[in-house]
Design a protein around this ligand. Structure first.
Ligand code: MG
Length: 375
């Protein structure tokens, strides 16, 4: 039943497709709260995520390239904002629940530790005995436990559907598809990083235009212009928006007919409806990703950065694990509740790249120098 005090429910009833997830169907929150008059449950989730410490720290966490490689490329925060923007475009066009999409998009990378995937590998290796580390699991720990915004309960107390996002992403082989809203966020994530990694890598000089032109998806994107821009920087910008537009258009065109007969969000899940790009574009996209993997993610400059970050993070982990009294008081308490290893992992995972480097210098390098002085 739609209560006329809830203007968001009224709006959804007019705008959403039958297969969209209606905010009124939410399973609610772990700690029950009354519905809000002018913000739907997922709009509130979006605001809670936006105001969290972990979200703000995304500005200091690397996506692919670190701060010492320049200041103008993507961080995990700007990546997240690009994902949210593209996901909302997809969601609006498909008449899905945009509020849920936005909340899931802002949440999707919140559990990443400093130094991206190499940071994740170090924490996973050091935390083996307590079940390892994954950014999806850590995202849950952040929003359910570690964030402190309310006096009555820990965490952000998000709606269960928003919290499901990270769990479902980790389970790609379930016989039941995730909500269409969650799938749109995943698709937008992939479209976004392919396009912006091309942009940043070209701009940073890790890739040149002739190498990129070997890629069919790149040629296809460039050919969409009436004539290629004269200046290289303009061609780079044109390529990025053309790559995004090409994938968005293909995704919408390919999936719209596949969704037409679906009468509810539950039916889409039960029928295991997986949203995807057309087979032709998917093949070209996979080739581009393999190319980026070889040419960019394994570029000597990035490997050197990762080796340095891996080494520092591992040393910092071991130092704190062997001397947990160095942890902030809050994490010492967590060490008592969970384990020292878990608390050290949670402390390090929350750090920005710069804070992590600073702590390494202060605790490991300066500590070592002091020790040498005593000898
Ligand atoms: Mg992402």
């Amino acid at each position: 039943m739609i209560d006329d005090r809830w203007e968001w429910a009224e709006r959804e009833s007019k705008l959403l497709a039958p297969y969209a997830f209606s905010s009124l169907a939410t399973r609610g929150r772990v700690h029950p709260e009354p519905l809000h008059p002018y913000r739907g449950p997922f709009t509130r989730d979006r605001d809670r995520i936006l105001h969290s410490s972990a979200f703000r720290r995304l500005s200091g966490k690397m996506q692919v390239f670190t701060g010492d490689m320049g200041l103008y490329h993507r961080t995990r925060l700007t990546h997240t904002q690009e994902v949210a923007s593209i996901a909302r475009t997809l969601g609006r066009s498909l008449r899905l629940n945009e509020d849920l999409i936005e909340a899931m998009a802002l949440l999707h990378d919140i559990g990443h530790p400093p130094f991206g995937h190499c940071g994740e590998d170090v924490l996973d290796e050091q935390m083996r005995e307590v079940g390892g580390f994954s950014h999806n699991a850590f995202a849950l720990a952040l929003v359910q436990q570690l964030e402190r915004r309310y006096p009555d309960f820990p965490g952000l107390n998000l709606s269960l559907e928003t919290v499901d996002g990270p769990t479902q992403r980790a389970d790609k082989h379930s016989p039941q598809a995730p909500l269409l809203e969650a799938q749109v966020v995943d698709a937008a994530d992939s479209m976004t990083y392919d396009a912006h990694d091309v942009d940043d890598a070209w701009k940073l000089g890790l890739l040149d235009e002739s190498a990129l032109a070997t890629q069919r998806l790149v040629r296809r994107a460039l050919e969409r212009g009436a004539r290629p821009p004269q200046r290289e920087a303009d061609r780079r910008r044109f390529l990025v928006h053309s790559l995004i537009d090409l994938q968005v258009a293909d995704f919408l065109q390919h999936n719209r007919p596949r969704m037409e007969s679906i009468r509810s969000a539950q039916e889409a899940m039960d029928r295991n409806l997986r949203l995807e790009l057309s087979p032709e574009i998917e093949v070209e996209k996979k080739l581009l990703e393999r190319f980026l993997f070889e040419q960019v993610y394994r570029h000597p400059k990035l490997i050197a950065m990762r080796n340095r970050a891996t080494d520092r993070l591992r040393q910092l982990f071991l130092l704190l694990e062997n001397g947990p009294e160095r942890l902030p008081v809050r994490f010492q308490k967590l060490a008592q509740e969970h384990s020292v290893t878990w608390a050290v992992g949670a402390y390090l995972a929350g750090m920005t790249d710069q804070f992590c480097d600073d702590q390494y210098l202060r605790m490991v390098e300066m500590g070592r120098r002091q020790a040498e002085d005593w000898e």
